[in-house]
Design a protein around this ligand. Sequence first.
Ligand code: ADP
Length: 257
Amino acid sequence: GRLDVRVPTRGRGELARLSASFNAMAEAVQRSEERQRRLVADVAHEMRTPLSNLRGYLEGLSDGVVEPSRELFASLHEETLLQRRILDDLQVLALAEAGDLGYTRAPLDLSDLAATTATAHRAVAAEAGVTLTADAPAPVWVDGDSDRLRQVLGNLLSNAIRYTDRGGQILVRAYVADGEAVLSVRDTGVGIDPGDLRRVFDRFWRADPARQRATGGTGLGLTIAHRIVTDHGGTIEVESQPHLGTTFSVRLPALQA
Ligand code: ADP
């Protein structure tokens, strides 16, 4: 049970106003405690899976039930890397939520960002049998933190690769529309159910935990991307058709040349 610390606010005048603002404060504190409680519960849940996989392997090895092999050690290694990524992502998210991410903003060309980030991901895309193309012919200037916006685009590209089957295509674009700078990533992948679209930015939400785990996601990439874009005064949107593909669009205030 939760303690209700609110005070009665009947009547008018100074005392009623004080009571009302005290209640608003008490509710804000309770909401923030509730958020923290949920975060801890979510994190514990997320860390439990890779940890119990690790424990299972290690127990099997020491009981002699599991034969040591190169694949087994590679898989153990992969589990530790996943835990590391979850913790790294959580740290970024916690810093961002506390307003301590310390953005270093400067004029930045999104077309340049699109081209270089696409190049960086092309090898991974090729390995997944996916073609990755950048269409960013003209400079698109914004005032932004280049490392953090690169992280946003990197997350969108990793997802596009992760959720697109072999033979698929990914297109990264940077352009100006209605006075806004736009960065978009379109894929011909598995798509997202209409009912799930609102949830993709939620912490640890994923449509298909098995696919997501197999491809090394943390369930935090879009939560972090959303946070960084919002902190830049921008928006991030998603459109999708199941089995046809998905487009994520980041809109930022354009910087006048
Ligand atoms: P992760 O990819 O690590 O699971 P994200 O926060 O980046 O975490 O994405 C959350 C979920 O949104 C994914 O698990 C997936 O179900 C869905 N998703 C994200 N990007 C795409 C995409 N391009 N195509 C289809 N589904 C996607």
